[in-house]
Design a protein around this ligand. Structure first.
Ligand code: FAD
Length: 521
């Protein structure tokens, strides 16, 4: 489970060097054959620096070329071309969604990066009707899917917290948020996929047709094919959302309430939570857009530097039914054991709620704080170990949460389709825990990576049974341990759909026979 020492040392080395790791591929090595391919779109060979970055801002591996596909056929032609170059070619291909990976997963050192966003919008189609769905390009941003489906009063059911991610990118991981407890992750909410395999074949697949490829690609970390289209089921979209936050000082009460809510039949539409460490006067710093239920009590509340846990919930409603929503919310809140003066709420439109992280993005961008390094750690923890984990990590290993949010919320395993490639613990309820750190300066990157390492080391020693979400490993042994009993299936599927290990090299699971991951130069 431990992140590879090699990769960790590399990250520390780049910290010492004071920047991201970078290698350069001489332009004369560009296979001239690429230039001759008949395409609707085009290749860039000169301006490839954007494809050598990602949101993590910790790794930079320039590709030799970037494909801006004008059609799915362009993607198939390019992958088939690389496949036909045979096993002795070092060329690899990475689909790049919005480049929001953290440790170089969407990059291809010396390979070809396919800019999936070039395939957007012109391919999106909403199909209203008894079982509505949208067909969206793999490179489409979820925010665009939302805008388009709302024109029909419809929306997908399962989301991520942030919508400026691509359909193909989140479906290659899982796509989780506060709706996962009820609807499952995004990979449990797909009717059909169109995929370009590692041989360059274009295949339509679903639970009924080519089902092995369908399940392999969902949560498959881009290993089995490039998702060029996804068919996503839709539901009627609510107009408004009551958005509620309450605080707890006791982890047991916090998680008991979370677990009660995710298992209840009549419950909230979205349930998440986060951890607040060492922040005094927390309610006075509360988001100005939230209203306290009791302003007098709220103004007197002080956190005194205690670790606090915030439960965040929403209830969807249409303005005509606001009274019913109020009653339902009050009934649910009456069952919870939060600190009474800490009840805050606000009413926002559905789109404002779903696109909430983008508002923070705009503020951070204005301060130059968005494009800093993000040494994130995302993990999944079985319910039976969450208390042991919390006792050690919150307040002991982590002394504050000033580097960024720490999310913590439970989900129901029964909502996950166990035929997909996503790896989850073997317990009916498990927790998603996300340490979403921003790091300013080399010292801060090292400090945060050290803390991440301490959390993983503690978890390994204490037998917590942690699995990484958005996994970051470099050694086969670590991947084997990540996949456990499903490693053999994962390998067999790789042989079937990408036998020359061309695809998604930045995940560092398989290596092309003649290629190797560059070390910092
Ligand atoms: P990229 O980072 O570009 O690609 C990710 C991987 O998928 C790469 O290996 C790439 O090669 C592969 N890939 C990309 N497109 C395709 C495709 N069409 N077909 C096959 N493989 C492909 N995740 C959650 O689950 N829930 C969240 O709430 C959430 N919030 C986030 C908030 C922020 C601010 C950020 C930066 C990330 C968040 N994520 C969340 C993580 C997100 O799911 C990943 O970053 C994921 O990589 C998607 O990003 P992307 O679309 O830019 O894909």
């Amino acid at each position: 489970m431990r992140p590879s020492h090699l990769h960790y040392l590399k990250l520390l080395l780049l910290v010492a060097l004071g920047g991201v790791t970078t290698t350069h591929v001489p332009l004369q090595d560009v296979p001239s054959s690429l230039k001759a391919l008949p395409l609707d779109g085009h290749f860039s060979f000169q301006d490839v620096s954007a494809a050598a970055r990602d949101f993590g801002n910790l790794s930079s591996f320039p590709p030799v070329a970037v494909l801006h596909p004008g059609s799915v056929a362009d993607i198939a032609t390019t992958v088939r071309h690389v496949f036909l170059m045979g096993e002795h070619s070092t060329l690899t291909v990475a689909a790049r969604g919005h480049g929001h990976s953290l440790y170089g997963q969407s990059q291809a050192a010396g390979g070809i990066v396919i800019s999936m966003e070039s395939l957007q919008s012109n391919r999106m189609r909403v199909h209203p009707g008894a079982s509505p769905y949208v067909d969206a390009s793999g490179g489409e941003l979820w925010i665009n899917v939302l805008h388009e489906t709302l024109k029909y009063g419809l929306a997908p059911k399962s989301w991520t917290d942030y919508l400026h991610l691509t359909v193909g990118g989140t479906l290659s991981n899982a796509g989780v948020s506060g709706q996962t407890f009820r609807h499952g992750p995004q990979i449990s909410n797909v009717n059909e996929l169109e995929i370009v395999t590692g041989r360059g074949d274009i295949i339509t697949c679903s639970p009924e047709q080519n089902s092995d490829l369908f399940h392999a690609a969902l949560g498959g970390l881009g290993q089995f094919g490039i998702i060029t289209r996804a068919r996503i089921p839709l539901e009627p979209a609510p107009e408004m959302v009551r958005w509620i936050r309450v605080l707890y000082s006791d982890f047991t009460s916090f998680t008991a309430d979370q677990e009660m809510l995710i298992s209840a039949e009549k419950t909230f539409d979205y349930i998440e939570g986060f951890v607040i460490i060492n922040r005094t006067g927390i309610l006075n710093n509360w988001r100005s857009s939230f209203n306290p239920q009791d302003p007098v009590q709220a103004s007197q509340f002080e956190s005194d530097g205690k670790v606090l846990f915030c439960l965040e919930m929403t209830k969807n409603f249409n303005p005509n039914d606001a009274d019913i929503m109020e009653q339902e919310v009050n009934t649910l809140l009456s069952k919870l054991t939060y600190i009474p003066p800490s009840l805050f709420h606000t009413d926002v439109t559905y789109i404002e709620f779903l696109d909430r992280v983008h508002s923070s993005e705009m503020k951070l961008r204005a301060k130059g704080m968005w494009e800093v390094p993000h040494p994130w750690l995302n993990i999944i923890i079985p319910r039976s170990r969450i208390h042991k984990f919390a006792r050690e990590v919150f307040g002991k290993i982590l002394k504050d949460s000033n580097n960024g949010p720490i999310l913590l919320y439970p989900v129901n395993k029964s909502r996950w389709d166990n035929r997909t490639s996503a790896i989850i613990p073997d317990e009916e309820v498990f927790y998603l825990v996300a340490f979403l750190s921003s790091a300013l300066g080399p010292h801060n990157i090292k400090h945060t990576l050290d803390l991440n390492n301490k959390i993983i080391e503690f978890s390994d020693k204490a037998g917590i049974g942690v699995k990484q979400y958005l996994p970051n490993y470099t050694r086969e042994q670590e991947w084997q341990s990540h996949f456990g009993a499903r490693w053999d299936t994962f390998q067999q599927r790789k042989k079937a759909y990408d036998p020359l290990t061309i695809l998604a090299p930045g995940q560092r699971i398989f290596q092309k026979a003649s290629a190797s991951l560059p070390l910092p130069s």
